[in-house]
Design a protein around this ligand. Structure first.
Ligand SMILES: Cc1ncc(C[n+]2csc(CCOP(=O)(O)OP(=O)(O)O)c2C)c(N)n1
Ligand SMILES: [Mg+2]
Length: 387
């Protein structure tokens, strides 16, 4: 592991909360500044800079791909914004927002086809929608309805994982099954910076590397694991280098540059398809929103912690690029946005029409064929519900 000589931990306590006192507030700021300096010294792949300047013109994807990435990011953002409103209206049970992380989710998932597997966490509604999860199903999931965890038959998107890191070994299993069957299909799994401190993360990377599993591991470093900043999670300032420990390629990419995330992921997917084994991709991004709709980040972070990230907004960055190149106009964008809004409202109506689940349905869709134990438990729940 490479460690900067100025460690982010030299300047004070590991995780001082800025609210405790003036002393801890300044220690908090100092720790952040040291960590940011160390992070900035690490390489990060980028195609489009925040102001729309193209750093690597030779790597721009085809125009139709750029437009499709923009469309998918807008769909994702629309879901994110409507998710907040629906929660406040009591029409979602819970919702972990991902606004500001669209390039990290859409650019990566867009490199897959429907024959591939996607293992998303609760944060990754945007990735799942990109691969084709119907919006109505995603709404149902955040209503905690079984309709939301029964995936369409033509889609290998797993239900959003809530237990941290468990999806990583599962993805390796799916990838190895595809390899054994002789297909070219790959498994992509998402994880957060916090999740990358879990044992499952490391076991999965090692296992996948040792067995050449066709896996693409996306590590979304959004700066926070609930209230814990990445610098308090680990001394590492470049999480993609964890790949070195397992002998697999690691890539650190600007997670707010959709063209960059797409480019590096497409390369990793092709490597996995052609027998080259797994890749770890760290997307450097930021959780500009609270952890979930029930969280209050002002209790553990200040405006200074999040400073600068609005200017790096991934949707606006691609928009600037497309407008500059004439691929998008104000008119074509207006038509796109109204189509997306109409699509969402139709899906909401569909989700509203799903019948209320019965208590025993909580056990449905767990296995293709329910086990004898599940059948028995289902009967018990039904009998209790009727009492
Ligand atoms: C095994 C496990 N431990 C703890 C939790 C509680 N928990 C929920 S979210 C979270 C933080 C995860 O942070 P990160 O991996 O960075 O993902 P992010 O929320 O930033 O997307 C924790 C600890 C959990 N869901 N599962
Ligand atoms: Mg995180």
């Amino acid at each position: 592991m490479t460690q900067s000589t100025s460690s982010p931990h030299d300047s004070g306590p590991r995780d001082p909360s800025p609210r405790e006192s003036a002393d801890t507030a300044s220690a908090h700021d100092a720790a952040r500044a040291a960590y940011e300096t160390a992070q900035a010294a690490e390489d990060m792949f980028q195609i489009v800079a925040p102001d729309g300047t193209v750093a690597r013109p030779e790597l721009l994807p085809a125009p139709e791909i750029r437009l499709e990435l923009y469309r998918q990011m807008r769909r994702a953002r629309h879901f994110d914004e409507r998710g907040w409103v629906l929660y406040r209206q009591g029409r979602l049970g819970v919702f972990p927002p991902f606004g500001g992380m669209e390039a990290s989710q859409v650019g990566t998932a867009a490199a897959l086809t429907k024959d591939d597997w996607l293992f998303p966490t609760y944060r990754d509604t945007g990735a799942a929608l990109t691969l084709g999860l119907p919006i109505a199903r995603a709404i149902a999931y955040w209503r905690t309805s079984p309709h939301g965890w029964h995936m369409p038959d033509d889609l290998k998107v797993l239900p959003f994982y809530i237990p941290i890191a468990t999806q990583y070994p599962h993805a390796v299993g799916a990838a190895l099954a595809e390899k054994r069957k002789g297909t070219r299909n790959v498994a992509m799994a998402f994880i957060g910076d916090g999740g990358s401190s879990e044992g499952d993360f490391h076991e999965a990377l090692n296992f996948a590397g040792a067995l050449d599993a066709p896996c693409v591991f996306i590590l979304q470093n959004n700066g926070w694991a609930i209230s814990v900043p990445t610098r308090a999670q680990t001394r590492a300032t470049n999480l993609s280098r964890r790949a070195e420990g397992y002998g697999i390629p690691g890539v650190r990419v600007d997670g707010n540059d959709a063209l960059a995330t797409y480019h590096v992921t497409a390369e990793a997917v092709e490597r996995a398809r052609s027998g080259g084994g797994p890749t770890l991709i760290e997307t450097v991004t930021y959780r500009v929103k609270p952890h979930t709709v029930a969280d209050d980040p002002s209790r553990y972070r200040t405006d200074a912690d999040s400073a600068g990230w609005d200017a790096k907004d991934p949707v606006l960055r691609l928009r600037t690029h497309l407008l500059q190149g004439g691929l998008l106009t104000e008119d074509s964008e207006a038509a796109l946005l109204s189509g997306i809004a109409a699509e969402f409202e139709a899906a909401l109506t569909e989700a509203d029409g799903y019948p209320d689940p019965t208590p025993e349905e909580i056990l449905d869709h767990v296995f293709a064929e329910p086990t004898p134990q599940l059948r028995k438990q289902r009967e018990q729940i039904r009998a209790e519900a009727q009492q």
